[in-house]
Ligand binder design. Structure first.
Ligand code: C5P
Length: 308
C-alpha cells in the first residue's frame, strides 16, 4: 500500500458534568459525546522515520501555527510512535494532516487527528490491530481519542476515555461559531477548580445525570434536547473569556433553540430546529461579526475511518 487516508469527526459534548479533581490531575466526567460533520483527514505514505506536515484551518503563520505543531508535540506523532511500539514495527511514515476542525476550540480536533492516524497507519503498516486494541492505544493518547475512533453518540466516563455507544436515530442540526483565539483545556479545568474553591459554582460532588439528554437525543423533539444540555466547563470558559457571553446571546437572539460552549470552548454550539433553520442561523451568525468561523454541521456521524 503506498498511500492511505483516514478521516475523523469533531465532537460536541451535549452533556459535560465535571466531578472533583482526581489525584492523577484529571477530573471525573460524565459526558455525552456527539460526533458532528466537520472532519480532519490524515494521509500516510511509506517513509524513513516519521515526517509530519499540517495544512488547513488554523495552521497559517498568521494565526495559531503553534497550536498545531508539526513535530513530536503533535498527538499524531505520538499516535504513530505508540502504534509502532505496541505492534513491533518501525515508526516509518510520511504523514499529512489536513485540518478543517479549528484547533484549541473545544471540538476535539487534535483527538480526531490522532484517531485518524491510528486507523490510517494500522492499514499502511498492516498491523491489523483490533478495534479494541486501537481504543486502548487511543485512551493513552488523550481523554477524547477513544470517542474520536468510535464516533456517533457515546456516554463517556472516567476522564472521558471510557466510552459506551448510545443509540440515537435522529439527525441533529447545529451551527458552530468559533469566537476569538483558542482556549487551553487545562486552563479551563483549572479555572473551574478555582471557581469551585471560591464557592462561585457548585462543588461538583454530584454529577448531573446524563439520562435526560440521552432520552432527548433518542427521540427528540429538539426542544427537549435544547432544555437538557449541560456543560460544567461553560462557567470557567466564560470567566476566562467574557466575550463568550455575547457570543452565546448572539446565537439565542438569532433564534437558536439553545446555545452552549462546546467542551472547554471557545466554540459556541447553537442547536437548530432543522436543516433549513440551520442554513438561516448560519447566515445570521456569519453576519453578526462576532465569530471568525461559522459552520453548519449535523450529527451523529461515524468515527475515524479509511477514505478513498
Ligand atoms: O486527556 P487530555 O490530554 O485531552 O487532557 C488535557 C488536560 O485537560 C489534562 O491534562 C487535564 O488538565 C485536563 N482534563 C481534566 N479532566 C479530564 C480531561 C482533561 O482535568 N477528564
Amino acid at each position: 500500500m503506498t498511500v492511505v487516508a483516514a478521516r475523523a469527526p469533531a465532537k460536541v459534548n451535549v452533556h459535560l458534568a465535571v466531578g472533583p479533581l482526581r489525584p492523577d490531575g484529571f477530573h471525573e466526567l460524565r459526558t455525552v459525546y456527539l460526533a458532528v460533520s466537520l472532519f480532519d483527514t490524515v494521509t500516510v505514505r511509506p517513509g524513513d522515520g516519521l515526517a509530519l506536515t499540517v495544512s488547513g484551518e488554523g495552521t497559517g503563520a498568521a494565526r495559531g501555527a503553534d497550536l498545531v505543531p508539526a513535530d513530536r508535540r503533535n498527538l499524531v506523532w505520538r499516535a504513530a510512535e505508540l502504534l509502532a511500539a505496541s505492534s513491533g514495527v518501525p515508526a516509518d511514515a510520511t504523514i499529512e494532516i489536513a485540518k478543517s476542525i479549528p484547533a484549541a476550540a473545544g471540538l476535539a480536533g487534535g483527538s480526531a487527528d490522532a484517531a485518524a492516524a491510528l486507523v490510517a497507519l494500522d492499514a499502511l503498516w498492516g498491523t491489523r490491530a483490533s478495534r479494541e486494541d486501537l481504543v486502548g492505544l487511543a485512551a493513552k493518547l488523550g481523554s477524547d481519542v477513544p470517542f474520536s475512533l468510535l464516533g456517533g453518540v457515546a456516554l463517556g466516563a472516567g476522564r472521558g476515555e471510557q466510552v459506551t455507544p448510545v443509540l440515537a436515530r435522529t439527525r441533529w442540526n447545529w451551527v458552530l461559531g468559533i469566537a476569538g483565539e483558542g482556549l487551553s483545556t487545562p486552563a479551563v479545568y483549572g479555572e473551574l477548580d478555582r471557581l469551585r474553591a471560591a464557592g462561585r459554582v457548585p462543588a461538583g460532588e454530584d454529577l448531573a445525570a446524563a439520562e435526560p439528554v440521552i432520552a432527548a437525543l433518542r427521540s427528540g423533539p429538539p426542544d427537549a434536547l435544547a432544555s437538557s444540555l449541560v456543560n460544567d466547563l461553560q462557567a470557567p470558559a466564560l470567566a476566562l473569556r467574557p466575550e463568550l457571553g455575547r457570543a452565546l446571546r448572539t446565537a439565542t437572539d438569532a433564534g437558536a433553540l439553545a446555545a452552549l460552549v462546546s467542551g472547554s470552548g471557545p466554540t459556541v454550539a447553537a442547536l437548530a430546529a432543522d436543516e433549513r433553520d440551520a442554513v438561516r442561523l448560519t447566515a445570521e451568525l456569519a453576519g453578526a461579526g462576532v465569530f471568525r468561523t461559522v459552520r453548519a454541521v449535523h450529527g451523529p456521524v461515524p468515527g475515524a475511518r479509511l477514505v478513498g
